[in-house]
Design a protein around this ligand. Structure first.
Ligand code: NAI
Length: 466
């Protein structure tokens, strides 16, 4: 069913660009293509906005903000303010979170309508390189963009039920669990562990690898682990999950080595898989690998006129990567010859307390690429006035090529996610520490820590020991 009439009845089923999936990658592509004067159809089986808006980035960050408010009340004495945390009302938290999502959803729907994008509600299937069938109706287009997103994976033999949940169900809890085992110490696991601990739950994170957020610089993992332990979160790193039994009032989680962890709930956060099954991609001969759609640096698949963006394309499964790919594909279709994305320069933020934010190469990756010609500098937030005011600990770690540019920036601490923009410009523009050092940073800001780190790496530390 087409929700919104196109320019004419006939045109409703024939487009320049037909996008399959209205998540971050898909809707960004639709918006940009429409802006470039193309007739655009956008197929979505659920709500426009996809995982990020409805069951990902936005609702989880709303929960994390509620968690921050709870912590502020609990820790208010530290600032000489008398406040008490009387409890968490999950109906209230969910009401706040859902209102944020609803407002953004209404805004996005209006934006798509305003740009003249025809939204087609229903489940789409690729039936040829030029056609998509949606609940029995065939839509045709000169270009089809596959943007069907991802789903929360689980492990073989581990079924989700009432007490064994994925992040999707975890967002809809009506009560704060007394205790939780979080399976997976990646981004999702760490963010939920942070929320639940702030809400008062006993939390254990189970991670098979030796450290949390293992894709980050090792120093960030260590600092996050230290902060989590201090917050009373139990960490079982280097410990693989074996099985779970569901009892009347909880779960018994068996882990490698024979230990059994008991809790109210088990959150499964072991990664997200590409949502490509049964959508006709294989049948039509789209080149795929382990369920992912293979696309080149311009988002073109092996089939002429068929493009792919977002979580179905191997790489970082991040909304902002999807936005950028969507825009790129629309511009490529329009013949604008856009510059391909540099995936290595996509910023990453984990919004736990403390936050972890990074861009570019980790120290280990830089050493692999450049051997000994790598220098690092770690600026402790202990020397940063604003961080002391906020009572947060952490650091800014810079990785540079000797006599060369900054290759990576890695940060831990409250609110450091907001600092990633400058770090991204520095790495994206191949700036040297000596280029950044003369730039004046406002005092007192946390942003100043980035400036001070570059001053120190350029050999002239101000509020840092030589
Ligand atoms: P992930 O891949 O980041 O982490 C999954 C973790 O589970 C890994 O560390 C893995 O070693 C562990 N694991 C797997 N099997 C295990 C087992 N049998 N026993 C113990 N540990 C096991 O996946 P996650 O956290 O589910 O996130 C999925 C995607 O969503 C990621 O690509 C992430 O980038 C994205 N995301 C991004 C956010 C952000 O940017 N703030 C927030 C949430 C998700």
């Amino acid at each position: 069913m087409a929700d919104q009439a196109g320019p004419g009845t006939e045109l409703e089923q024939d487009f320049d660009v037909l996008v399959l999936g209205a998540g971050s990658g898909g809707y960004a592509c639709a918006l940009r293509a429409a802006q470039l004067g193309m007739r655009v159809g956008l197929v979505e089986k659920d709500k426009v906005g996809g995982t990020c808006l409805h069951v990902g980035c936005i609702p989880t960050k709303a929960l994390l903000h509620a968690a921050e408010v709870a912590d502020a009340a609990r820790e208010s004495e530290q600032f000489g303010v008398h406040a008490t945390l009387d409890g968490i009302d999950m109906d209230g938290v969910n009401g706040y979170k859902d209102a944020v999502v609803d407002r953004l959803h209404t805004g996005l729907s209006g934006l798509l309508k305003g740009r003249g994008v025809t939204t087609i509600t229903g489940s789409g299937r690729l039936t040829s390189p030029r056609t998509v069938e949606v609940d029995g109706t065939t839509y045709t287009a000169t270009h089809v963009v596959l943007a069907s997103g991802s789903y929360a994976k689980t492990l073989p033999g581990l079924d989700l039920d009432g007490r064994v949940v994925s992040s999707t169900e975890a967002l809809r809890l009506t009560e704060v669990p007394r205790s939780v085992v979080v399976l997976g110490g990646g981004v999702i696991g760490v963010e939920f562990a942070s929320v639940w601990r702030s809400f008062g739950a006993e939390v254990t994170v189970l991670e098979a690898l030796p450290r949390l957020v293992a894709a980050e610089d090792e120093a960030c993992s260590k600092a996050l682990e230290r902060a989590f332990r201090k917050r009373g979160i139990t960490l079982r790193t280097g410990t693989a999950f074996e099985s779970v039994e569901t009892t009347d009032d909880g779960v018994r989680v068996h882990v490698a080595g024979g230990d059994v962890l008991e809790a109210d709930l088990l959150l499964v956060a072991v990664g997200r898989g590409p949502a490509t099954d049964g959508l006709g991609y294989d049948d039509q001969g789209v080149a795929m690998e382990r369920g992912f759609v293979l696309a080149d640096e311009r988002g073109r698949t092996n089939l002429d006129g068929v493009h792919a963006v977002g979580d179905i394309v191997p790489g970082l499964q991040l909304a902002h990567r999807g936005f950028a790919q969507g825009v790129l594909v629309a511009e490529d279709i329009a013949g604008l010859d856009p510059t391909p994305l540099d995936e290595a320069l996509i910023p990453r933020v984990t919004y736990s307390d403390p936050e972890v934010a990074s861009v570019g190469l980790t120290e280990a990756q830089a050493r692999e690429a450049h051997g000994d010609a790598v220098e690092t500098l770690t600026y402790d937030l202990g020397g940063n006035g604003k961080s002391q005011i906020l009572k947060t600990q952490g650091f800014v770690k810079l990785v540079r090529r000797t006599d060369g540019p900054v290759l990576g920036v890695h940060m831990v601490g409250s609110r450091v996610g907001e600092l990633i923009g400058e770090a991204q410009l520095i790495t994206g523009w191949d700036a040297w520490p000596e280029d950044v050092a003369p730039l004046v940073h406002a005092h007192p800001t946390q942003n100043e820590a980035l400036g001070e780190a570059h001053l120190a790496l350029a050999g002239k530390p101000l509020h840092a020991h030589s």
